[in-house]
Write a protein that binds this ligand. Structure first.
Ligand code: ADP
Ligand code: MG
Length: 310
């Protein structure tokens, strides 16, 4: 049986890949030297067994997703991730689980070029807390509060895939399952005209819920058009009722796409690509969210995302 230090050195001590990492796992603390003139962006998320993932979920998928959801927050600030720490609470040091978990985590770390620089390991109910440290040019962070009346609301990628996969279970197409279990954070999109981003957020709780956070922070409202909401081919092909699909798109969550608000004359499709960015609505002075439906009528849209305490 491995002790705590054996476990850390076997599963969580990897070579550094980044110049910013000056000191990594093994000392009392890690040292990171951010690029000169940059600010550090910090974000933490916990994944609790039985709440964020099923007890029997693949350990490799849990490892991937635990890092990916944190990286998504860094992407939503318009920043670049550098390093992360891992606080792990484990019921036991099960070799198979740890091997798979560390492989999934490491493949995400390698894919997105971030170093694991430290953490904490304790015995307890399975819980994974990751803190990511990112960097960006000082003053360039994109906050939730900067949306303006008349702004276009842009969305990266597609909505609803992960939620539909969860609903359909084993019957869901592989492409949908991948979106649920191996989300790909939208890193690097800040290269698509970040100077012109007034506000941004990542879609984790559901499109409506996360848009409502931008609106609350900016003190504004919005109208969104259902017909404009982008869905993937796999989502379109899935044999599920239209109302279930719409529920997944608006309220499903786990999308890890970005909502970005820009002035109306900015064209993110021209800067990025039409395949990536869709203009889905407009920021308005009247508070609240409105949804223009397929038949042209407009109805109130209320946030119904995930909330742990209600
Ligand atoms: P301390 O008692 O000084 O807090 P620890 O014994 O908790 O140190 O950890 C020893 C070293 O291993 C530290 O550098 C810590 O950051 C690192 N570490 C502990 N747990 C993990 C983990 N799960 N993943 C990565 N590094 C870890
Ligand atoms: Mg410690």
């Amino acid at each position: 049986m491995l002790d705590e230090f054996g476990l850390i050195s076997r599963y969580f001590t990897w070579p550094s890949e980044r110049v910013e990492t000056r000191l990594s796992v093994g000392d009392d603390a890690a040292l990171i030297r951010p690029a000169s003139g940059s600010e550090i962006v910090v974000s933490t998320d916990s994944l609790v067994s039985g709440r964020h993932f099923r007890e029997d979920a693949s350990a490799a998928d849990i490892g991937w997703k635990a890092l990916a959801v944190n990286l998504s927050d860094i992407a939503a600030m318009g920043a670049e991730p550098v390093a992360f720490t891992l606080a792990l609470s484990l019921p036991d040091a099960a070799t198979e689980w740890l091997t798979e978990f560390s492989q999934g985590l490491r493949s995400a770390a390698q894919s997105y070029g971030v170093d694991l620089v430290g953490g904490d390991t304790t015995r307890g109910p399975l819980c994974i807390t990751i803190t990511v440290f990112g960097q960006l040019t000082a003053g360039m962070a994109v906050r939730r509060s900067g949306a303006c009346v008349g702004d276009k609301i842009w969305l990266s990628g597609y909505l609803g895939d992960a939620a539909l996969a969860l609903r359909m279970g084993e019957g869901a197409a592989e492409a949908l399952q991948q979106r649920l279990h191996r989300p790909q954070p939208r890193l690097g999109l800040y290269q698509h005209g970040r100077d012109s981003w007034h506000a941004a957020i990542d879609v984790s709780d559901g499109f409506a819920a996360d848009l409502s956070h931008v609106l609350a922070a900016s003190g504004l409202g919005a109208t969104v058009s259902v017909a404009d909401l982008p869905v993937s081919d796999a989502f379109s092909r899935a044999d599920m009722p239209a109302d279930v699909k719409q529920e997944c798109m608006l309220h499903g969550g786990d999308d890890y796409e970005l909502i970005v608000c820009t002035a109306p004359d900015v064209d993110l499709q021209a800067i990025g690509s039409t395949a990536l960015w869709t203009s889905v609505g407009i920021i308005e002075s009247e508070p609240g969210m409105r949804l223009r439906q397929q038949d042209g009528t407009v109805a109130a849209l209320t946030a119904r995302g995930w909330n742990h305490f209600v």
